[in-house]
Design a protein around this ligand. Structure first.
Ligand SMILES: [Ca+2]
Length: 245
């Protein structure tokens, strides 16, 4: 019988997920559209050469009324076309999310909830907790960060962001330290400039060690279709990977 003694130092596995949307299909790591309560309808997500931030292609997301329709619980129905980079065990780790967005000229500018990127934390039972929502509503571009210490969803910060110019690629980078304590933080850069900083808990004790990042469109029900483009997606907890990309 072998007896192991002493302690083993815990090291976090390095995870780097990249999709430059140059292939004929999405990268394998993305959660399929029909999993869970649904992320996108069939045909709502496609690779296109209409635009590109790098290479020759990007991903096109289309959202029409009724796509993945859900009861929002507040009298509104919600709908979505979102790419989900899956749940990761990132508690007490520093993580980067990077992507580029193009909002086309004909995108409807309307006063209706629209989230283009977000991070959530899974819980054992019930609805996941939202850490932040990156919003574009009625031409206003802003970030809402939620108080992870509160039982009810409550904004801890609302930060105005520089204008999202239509028909132009914008590059976003988020650096998040996931922590249940005051050591947590979120830093955000847009087109190379730091545009938002938040310090405070970025994870809830009531949540699981499972965090997931989504890009796309999540909105309250709306009659007009919306189309948006993303390119150069990167998620990593590896300092070297972010330095090289
Ligand atoms: Ca590309």
């Amino acid at each position: 019988m072998i007896v192991l003694s002493g302690c083993v130092e815990k090291t976090n596995p390095k995870i780097t997920l990249i999709d430059d949307f140059e292939g004929d299909q999405l990268a394998d790591f993305w959660r399929p559209g029909d999993k869970g309560s649904g992320r996108y309808e069939q045909g709502a997500v496609s690779i296109t050469d209409q635009f590109h931030r790098s290479g020759n292609r990007c991903v096109k997301l289309v959202l029409k009324e009724g796509y993945i329709r859900q009861d929002g619980g507040d009298g509104n129905f919600t709908e979505r076309t979102e790419l989900d980079s899956r749940k990761q065990s990132f508690l007490d780790q520093k993580v980067w999310y990077k992507f580029s967005v193009l909002v086309p000229d004909d995108f409807p500018i309307v006063d209706n909830r629209l989230i283009i990127s977000q991070v959530k934390q899974a819980v054992l039972f019930g609805n996941p907790l939202q850490l932040f929502a990156h919003r574009f509503r009625n031409g206003q571009h802003y970030l809402t960060i939620y108080d992870m210490a509160k039982d009810k969803k409550e904004e801890a910060a609302r930060i105005s962001l520089p204008k999202l110019t239509q028909e132009k690629w914008h590059d976003f980078l988020f650096q998040i330290y996931y922590s249940e304590t005051e050591n947590g933080y979120i830093h955000m850069w847009m087109d190379g400039e730091k545009v938002a900083s938040f310090c405070g808990p970025t994870a809830s004790e009531k949540g699981r060690n499972q965090f997931y990042h989504k890009i796309g469109m999540y909105r309250d029900q709306w009659p007009e279709p919306m189309t948006i483009y993303f390119d150069d997606y990167l998620m990593t907890n590896d300092t070297l990977s972010i330095a090289n990309n």
